[in-house]
Design a binder for this molecule. Sequence first.
Ligand code: ATP
Length: 277
Amino acid sequence: MTRPGEEEVVANLAGQAGGADGISIEKVGHAFPTKDGGSILVLGDVSFSVPNGQFLAVVGASGCGKTTILNMAAGLVRPVSGRVRVGGKDVVKPLRDTGYMFARDGLLPWRSALKNVEVGLEHRGVPKAERRERALKMLDIVGLSGFGDSYPAQLSQGMRQRVAIARTLAINPATLLMDEPFAALDAQTKLALQAEFLKIWEKDRQTVMFVTHDLAEAVSMADRVIVLTSRPGRIHAEFEIDLPRPRDPAEIRFDEGYLRQLDQVWHALKEAEERAG
Ligand SMILES: Nc1ncnc2c1ncn2[C@@H]1O[C@H](COP(=O)(O)OP(=O)(O)OP(=O)(O)O)[C@@H](O)[C@H]1O
């Protein structure tokens, strides 16, 4: 899996609030060069859009190009063919009003939790007092008031991922790109953070593209789920998730409508993998 380096993470955190026209992936194809001088086709003619304020989950077999699509929307990878637009603009470099979150929290170990939340604001040139105020507010929102002076090594994995959420949201991003952000957490913490994240998101409704292998996570959180084929990734199926909001992923687990939609997505993914295999 490709991951941006720290500088790129910081660049993505250095966001600016602003309007957006969602995300648009238009006829995108991509291949990476291989060591033997050949190339590996990763994405084949993928088109979809994420309307403003929608929470889209993308699922698909390992290696089908999910992270590559996120990296394209983040401006870290240029597609070989096709076009990627975010907020109505072609993405030709990392956008300042896009937040990017990963399974690993990416916190800077030498900075306190509070200072980590401030990183993106610093890069935007937000004055110190305002920065501090916003970072403290975000830590409070993610349930970590009182932990601002703690360093990442002094926090549990769930707490560190909470700091990462606070850091991503502190810049007030219009677009959120999330790559398995809760994958490294134990089941209980994962459910708690999913619920907390949804509570925050349901207020602000950023445009979200969320990559996950966890189908329950996709269906319980998203407005829409896209299933990609195995490599080269193409769209295999798409589902509108018509479950009411606000949603709590822990509580929705036994809902009939949820179970039905989960079953549909599960079958679509199985079918996509069987066809490829
Ligand atoms: N920079 C790169 N150079 C060469 N190959 C790459 C590069 N980035 C990704 N790939 C290859 O492209 C394919 C798609 O990678 P990507 O990380 O987008 O898949 P993914 O669907 O996110 O996988 P996973 O679910 O395992 O995270 C993989 O085969 C990967 O090895």
